[in-house]
Design a protein around this ligand. Structure first.
Ligand SMILES: Nc1ncnc2c1ncn2[C@@H]1O[C@H](COP(=O)(O)OP(=O)(O)O)[C@@H](O)[C@H]1O
Ligand SMILES: [Mg+2]
Length: 435
């Protein structure tokens, strides 16, 4: 007889083993695929414990999860209930020992192993067990098989259990990664939606801004000529030496109002965002002293209506001759003096002074005796449409464009404008110009 024939006991034993091996390999492959596809932790626990019981031919299997210093017997597949759902301190159960030592525990007879709390196990069917860590480097849990008889647990059973535990650890990591990826995807979608909304709002704003600029320009053009006509008539009436006092007062008011309308129209035009950067000064030789006098003359009726006086200190004759755009600077000073009149109390003085600082710079200072500008608002009053608190008495309130225009015009000259405390009280606007 051929010792390698079909009836040879060694050969049939080998065939049996390879059949088992094939079956185990198929079963473990199937479990690995199921674990990989699992979309939640509970499924992983179920798949792993069922496969552990089947592959090791055990009477029960448990999946224990580490929860800080506790072992949570989260899933069980057994002939009768063991510890399903219960939690034990790490130090008082075998799964705790496995996780802490990051190595398997093989207990052939529970009565002989000091790691077993025998009183707890005696009422159960368990007589032997094998337990392996899930994720050996930093155990997330433990996977164990239990038998109802004392028996020598084989290296093969232990290897199968460990292979399953490794598959479960991978699946658990995969779950976390997938959750993170889904969260990241959701966050990205949120961000995308938010940025779309922002873009739409920005577009709407810029459309609105463009429309309002266009409207402002239209308004400014339509207002400028009638205002100039009214100013002409009012000035010629006021030049009449025989004009009665009551009428003179009325025409002064008309002149101030028309002047304000014209200035507001010009401010609107020059500060419209389409015009930003387009303010190019037409430089000519000008004498600031002369400019100051012109501005005082224009605003004299406004000051008089508030019983205020404009006190001029035009500097040494010829001391403040500079190259600048006379029209733009006149309007800067008109805005500053108008503000000073509007914010100063009745019967106070508005001080307007020009002086040479040094060979390179001249300074124009407009000071009033009003409430001043709070320090924390000083940077903001030059913003477009900035109007702080209650407007001072006087003509109708402005539109918060005067100082924006002043800053644009002064900076277009290479100068600076800032507000400081007045002397004692009030505010003091300082314009520094190269010259
Ligand atoms: N001399 C001043 N004293 C106190 N506050 C002032 C003075 N000048 C301007 N402001 C504040 O700055 C704001 C902006 O001024 P401005 O740009 O000229 O706008 P408005 O069109 O209101 O005059 C004003 O509304 C006011 O609150
Ligand atoms: Mg103003």
């Amino acid at each position: 007889m051929n010792s390698n024939g079909p009836d040879d006991p060694a050969r049939s034993g080998g065939q049996e083993l390879s059949l088992r091996e094939n079956h185990d390999a198929e079963r473990i492959l199937c479990a690995a695929q199921d674990l990989w596809r699992a979309r939640d932790l509970q499924s992983i626990l179920q798949i792993a414990s069922r496969a552990a019981r089947e592959l090791t031919g055990a009477d029960g299997a448990s999946f224990v999860l580490r929860e800080g210093e506790l072992c949570h017997y989260a899933q069980e597949d057994a002939i009768s209930s063991l510890w399903q759902g219960r939690r034990f301190p790490m130090s008082s159960c075998v799964s705790g020992w496995v996780m802490e030592n990051r190595s398997p525990a093989v207990v052939d007879d529970i009565a002989l192993d000091p790691r077993i709390p025998i009183d707890v196990y005696r009422p159960t069917f368990v007589r032997s067990m094998a337990m392996v860590p899930v994720h050996a480097r930093a155990p997330l849990g433990a996977l164990g098989s239990y038998w109802g008889t004392s028996r020598a647990i084989t290296a093969r059973e232990l290897a199968l259990l460990q292979a399953l535990a490794d598959g479960a650890a991978l699946a658990m990591e995969n779950l976390v990664l997938r959750d993170d990826a889904e969260r990241a995807q959701a966050r990205m979608s949120e961000l995308e939606a938010a940025s779309c909304e922002l873009a739409e709002r920005y577009q709407a704003l810029t459309d609105g801004q463009r429309q309002s600029d266009a409207l402002n320009e239209l308004l400014a053009h339509d207002l400028r000529s009638p205002a100039a006509g009214i100013m002409l008539v009012a000035r010629s009436r006021l030049r009449d030496p025989d004009i009665p006092e009551r009428e003179q007062h009325r025409w002064s008011k008309v002149l101030c109002s028309a002047e304000l309308i014209q200035r507001t129209a010009m401010n609107l035009l020059d500060t419209s965002s389409r015009e930003m950067g387009a303010l190019v000064p037409r430089l000519e030789e000008i004498d600031l002293a002369v400019l100051l006098e012109e501005v005082a003359e224009i605003l004299e009726p406004h000051a008089a209506s508030r019983r205020q006086r404009i006190e001029l200190r035009p500097g040494a004759p010829g001391g403040c001759r500079i190259r600048a755009d006379g029209d733009l600077l006149r309007r800067v000073l008109q805005n500053l003096v108008d503000n000073a009149i509007r914010h100063g109390p009745a019967r106070s003085a508005v001080h307007v002074e020009a002086r040479r600082r040094d060979a390179r710079w001249v300074e124009v200072v407009v000071r009033d005796e009003g409430p001043g500008v709070p320090v924390h608002l000083r940077d903001h009053i030059f913003d477009r449409y900035a109007r702080l608190g209650v407007q001072g008495a006087g003509l109708s309130a402005g539109r918060g464009l005067g100082l924006t225009f002043c800053k644009l015009a002064v900076e277009a000259h290479g100068g600076t404008i800032e507000v400081r405390d007045g002397e004692g009280r009030g505010s003091c606007f300082c314009v520094l110009l190269p010259g």
